[in-house]
Design a protein around this ligand. Sequence first.
Ligand SMILES: [Zn+2]
Length: 141
Amino acid sequence: MTQNLVRDEAIRLPMRFSAGTVGARFLTALRDEQRILASLCPQCSLVVCPARSVCPTCCAGIDSKVIPVGPGGRLESWTHLPERGTFGLVRLDGAGTSMLHRLLGLPESWTTGMRVTARFAPERHGSILDIEGFTPEGGEA
Ligand SMILES: [Zn+2]
């Protein structure tokens, strides 16, 4: 009888692709204005952050209408990965969706539901990492 053998491996697939019109506006606003943009779905009125061209709820195409949200928001959930850092789902003020990003500070600093605010990187290059991460609102952890 032949035994099924399994190999556990990870495949790394580096990719490079266009951010698209709405994504480029989002990234440009992070880099040049330190503003976080969301898109407003014309069909279901969901405010989607980060801004994107298709609504994740109703799949309607979203034109180029973008609106600023945050930089403050509420921490909806978080996790700490040893040697990788702490990550959270943040619902920015005015947004109808959550953004996954780094939390800057000690794991003991975080509680679900607390207020947080975005900290922008001192040097920005048009990437989601132009937001360095989120800190507790009103002070560092
Ligand atoms: Zn929608």
